[in-house]
Design a binder for this molecule. Structure first.
Ligand code: CP
Length: 317
């Protein structure tokens, strides 16, 4: 595997899940693969889970790890060609990326949507440049449009907790005070659509995601109806995708907050969220603290999803 960005990159999902469960049983069994190999993790944005779980996964595989926080201590990077660099940016990404590639064997990149320009975000201009110019296998640690390590961890978590072969999984939009990217819901939808589960997206009108990620999902604007019979409820806020409101908050409807009353509509569903989460906006305290909440197992499985992806990249080197 030279790139990990979309569900198709992982190949057969059943095989990937079997591998994840095997890695989880013995996460130190493949230390030989990473000996004398270095992972560089490049962060353009903040992180808790991705930073810790990916580093742990690489260490499980015997790798050395370098973490670069681009906005803390590195030269400020220009990302566009043709710019007269007479401002505060001292280095261009087109030199910085191949230089980074000189010091490592694999690269993970976190680079969120900037919301300046929808086309720029959805063309994945930063991540694509890493793929093109680093000379190394590259994996997404949440890019402008996708967060596949999270979606893979969520899938592992559902597989571990489902009680029927084809559970009903509902991803519901929920309110938030800041405009958030669509990366997590895009990837969750893309991966759920690849499973064959009964997958439903509930969101207010105007909050529909890019159809490239939702093909195969049932989409509804009625949250209560969607929640009926759900086995898993995946809450997430995202800002508007559709023009002319791209990247904006166009809805603050608190009736979409996932509460105990909402969960009572389900089939005793598990609650899921990728974290970090704003309590009592996205989900109430009692729901996230309930025994049906899977937010900590999801976070724990981030180590496993990262280990499978890094392992496969090491195996194909
Ligand atoms: N879920 C997730 O990616 O968390 P972080 O932003 O803390 O890495």
């Amino acid at each position: 595997m030279k790139c990990f960005q979309h569900v198709a990159d992982i190949g057969d999902l059943k095989a990937a899940l079997d591998e994840a469960l095997e890695v989880k049983k013995n996460r130190f069994a493949y230390q030989h693969l990473g000996k004398n190999k270095t992972l560089l993790m490049v962060f353009f944005n903040s992180s808790l889970r991705t930073r810790l779980s990916t580093q742990k996964a690489a260490m499980n595989l015997g790798m050395n790890v370098i973490v670069l926080d681009v906005n803390q201590g590195a030269w400020k990077l220009e990302t566009e060609r043709g710019v007269v660099m007479d401002g505060d940016k001292s280095e261009h990404l087109l030199e910085a990326i191949p230089v980074m590639g000189c010091y490592c064997d694999l690269i993970g990149v976190r680079s969120f949507a900037r919301f300046n320009d929808k086309q720029e975000d959805y063309e994945e201009r930063i991540f694509e440049q890493f793929k093109q110019y680093s000379g190394r296998p590259v994996f997404a640690m949440e890019t402008a449009t996708v967060h596949p390590l999270q979606a893979f961890a969520d899938l592992i978590t559902i597989e571990e907790h489902k009680t029927c072969p084809r559970p009903k999984v509902v991803m519901t939009w929920a309110p938030h005070c800041k405009p958030l990217p669509q990366a997590v819901p895009n990837s969750f939808s893309e991966w759920m659509c690849a499973t064959g589960y009964d997958f439903v997206i509930a969101c207010p009108e105007g909050m529909e995601l890019d159809e490239r990620f939702t093909h195969g999902a049932t989409i509804t604007h009625n949250q209560d109806e969607a929640l009926q019979g759900a086995d898993f409820v995946y809450a997430k806020n995202w800002s508007a995708y559709r023009d002319p409101n791209y990247g904006k908050i166009i809805n603050r409807d608190m009736s979409w907050t996932v509460s105990a009353q909402k969960m009572a509509l389900t089939r005793n569903a598990h609650f899921m969220h990728c974290l970090p989460v704003r309590r009592n906006l996205v989900v109430t305290d009692d729901v996230i603290e309930s025994p049906r909440s899977l937010v900590i197992p999801e976070a724990a499985n981030r180590e496993i999803s990262a280990e499978v992806v890094i392992k496969r990249m090491l195996e194909s080197m």
